[in-house]
Design a binder for this molecule. Structure first.
Ligand SMILES: C[S@@+](CC[C@H](N)C(=O)[O-])C[C@H]1O[C@@H](n2cnc3c(N)ncnc32)[C@H](O)[C@@H]1O
Length: 234
């Protein structure tokens, strides 16, 4: 794929991922679009090379996660093509936990530790991680969460709560749950469509006020959050 914008530093891993996904998932690749897998569900499923092209995971991450005891959590992961490719790249499957609200994730238990939970609700006791990723699922999680909260609001007054404020509250709550499970020096990344910049700014402002050691960087289709080691500059 020549026309996809891929940073120079990501190109070797991107090309390796393209070659591997053809071999591993050839019949499941979308015939007409180089970003997608075929999907029999309501949601789009993405090629691992698409995630690599966006910088969701880098060669440095793969090297780090390949070490004993290092851990990756992937939220909204089903059907975990990216995570299966990581195993082929040398990351031990014991270092990977995949989670999704869709109970079908449990069917991948032969490959990884799997968990079915709603990322907007309480998270189970799953320990801590060096990397937490949200591959192309942040806007889906929030859109559904807003819809459900509005539908369950008991009266018109509660329904009148501005949607942006509700979304910022849901986003901030989910980030807190992820940050509580992030190791020092760890990184959270999300790719794909994001909330409106005002929503991200509102949720970020609250978190920065609460936690001094985090840095947040957001662009239109990418977000990263780092838990800095002591002494690191902001
Ligand atoms: C667009 S798909 C992306 C799937 C996969 N990560 C990929 O890149 O192909 C979004 C995923 O988010 C999951 N999801 C939606 N709402 C969720 C929630 N509240 N908590 C956890 N997962 C959720 C869906 O079940 C779906 O698997």
């Amino acid at each position: 794929m020549k026309n996809k914008k891929v940073g120079e530093s990501q190109r070797p891993l991107f090309e390796k991922a393209q070659e591997m996904e053809e071999r591993l998932f050839g019949k499941d690749l979308h015939a007409d679009d180089r970003s997608f897998m075929q999907s029999d569900r309501y949601f789009w499923h993405f090629r691992p090379s698409h995630h690599i092209a966006t910088g969701l995971l880098t060669q440095e991450d793969v090297t780090l996660l390949s070490q004993p005891g290092k851990r990756l959590l992937s939220v909204g992961a089903f059907p975990a093509h990216l995570e299966r490719l990581l195993v082929e790249l040398g990351v031990p499957s014991a270092n990977i936990v995949v989670a999704d609200k869709d109970p079908a994730i449990i069917g991948l238990g032969n490959f990884f530790e799997t968990l079915a939970f709603d990322a907007l609700d309480a998270w189970p006791d799953i320990g801590t991680f060096d990397r937490i990723i949200f591959p192309e699922c942040l806007c889906t999680i929030l859109a559904e969460g807003v819809k459900e909260s509005e539908a369950s609001a008991k009266d018109d007054c509660a329904r009148a709560h501005p949607t942006d404020a509700l979304e910022a509250t849901l986003l901030g709550g989910m980030w807190r749950k992820a940050l509580d499970r992030l190791r020092l020096g760890g990184i959270i990344r999300a790719n794909g469509p994001m909330s409106h910049p005002n929503v991200i700014a509102a949720a970020s402002a609250h978190l920065r006020g609460e936690r001094r050691n985090i840095s947040i960087e957001s662009r239109r289709y990418f977000l990263s959050m780092q838990c800095k080691e002591e002494g690191e500059n902001s």
